[in-house]
Design a binder for this molecule. Structure first.
Ligand code: MG
Length: 269
């Protein structure tokens, strides 16, 4: 089980990432970053043998403040930005292809339950077109988990009907959004999981109307990282385990990721 790290262009430098003692991971590209030939070259030389499993695409205008805000702003659900975000995802796919990366991923937003809902149909069709674009680049397209229960995601995968549509499984998100037990979800989604995040968090407060749970340092939240690693072994997961830490400033981030890597090495060993 190889340990990697999820990091962001413009926020992290490769020297800092290498100092964590990892040799692989996932690169996040926020909206607004111009994907010019010079940017491609900059990353090609910075990576220098560091292996990227995935380029993760985030969009301008997204906010994770609370669940209603996520519903309104994230992924392909907001109609006013849907076409622009689809175009951006294709660009990110092309950027990843130029770096020889075999997968892209993003949060597509809250998929409606009702399959006859206009937004459901539009998002499904958007995802189909992105999958076809990614397939032409030899890539998978992975949906980040969290916003839907596992059975809704499975139905969406089936309905979309694209062989390269996969799952980036984030156990903490299942808890932060109050979606369901992450271990049960991982077992259900196992055949479709192409990459995972190692992230931790607590459930939303019981009385909450729309608040997200709180992200925690790996091992300190409700995921149960030990059982998460055990389950990855049991399902025969062969990809990298990418440490993700969101709510921390730069120094804290480095410290927390380093501690998370040590914890995962102990558990995986
Ligand atoms: Mg994640």
């Amino acid at each position: 089980m190889e340990i990697g790290v999820m990091f962001w262009a413009g926020r992290h430098e490769m020297a800092g990432i290498r100092s964590l003692g990892v040799e692989c991971g996932q690169l996040g590209i926020r909206g607004g970053i111009a994907l010019t030939p010079a940017f491609v070259e900059q990353w090609r030389s910075a990576l220098d043998g560091f292996r990227l499993a995935t380029v993760v695409c985030a969009f301008e205008g997204e906010s994770y403040a609370d669940i209603p805000t996520v519903k309104q702003t994230v992924g392909f659900i907001p109609q006013s930005t849907r076409a622009a975000r689809e175009a951006r995802t294709r660009e990110v796919s092309d950027f990843a292809a130029q770096l020889g990366v075999g997968g892209i991923a993003c949060h597509i937003g809250f998929v409606p339950d009702d399959r006859s809902d206009g937004d459901y149909i539009a998002v499904r069709d958007t995802v189909r077109r992105i999958c076809d674009h990614a397939a032409a680049n030899g890539q998978t397209f992975a949906l980040e988990t969290g916003q839907e229960p596992a059975d809704v995601l499975l139905r969406f995968l089936d309905d979309t009907g694209r062989g390269n549509l996969k799952i980036n499984f984030d156990p903490a998100n299942m808890i932060l959004y109050g979606t369901g037990d992450p271990i049960e979800a991982l077992e259900m989604l196992a055949p479709h999981v192409v990459s995972v995040h190692a992230k931790d968090g607590d459930w939303p407060p019981r009385s909450s109307t729309g608040a997200l749970g709180r992200e925690r340092r790996l091992g300190e939240g409700a995921v149960g990282i030990g059982r998460f690693v055990e389950t990855l072994k049991r399902i025969g997961y062969a990809g990298t385990v990418n440490i993700e830490r969101e709510g921390a400033d730069r120094d804290q981030w480095t410290q927390d990721v380093r501690a998370a890597a040590a914890l995962l090495r102990r558990l995986a060993g």
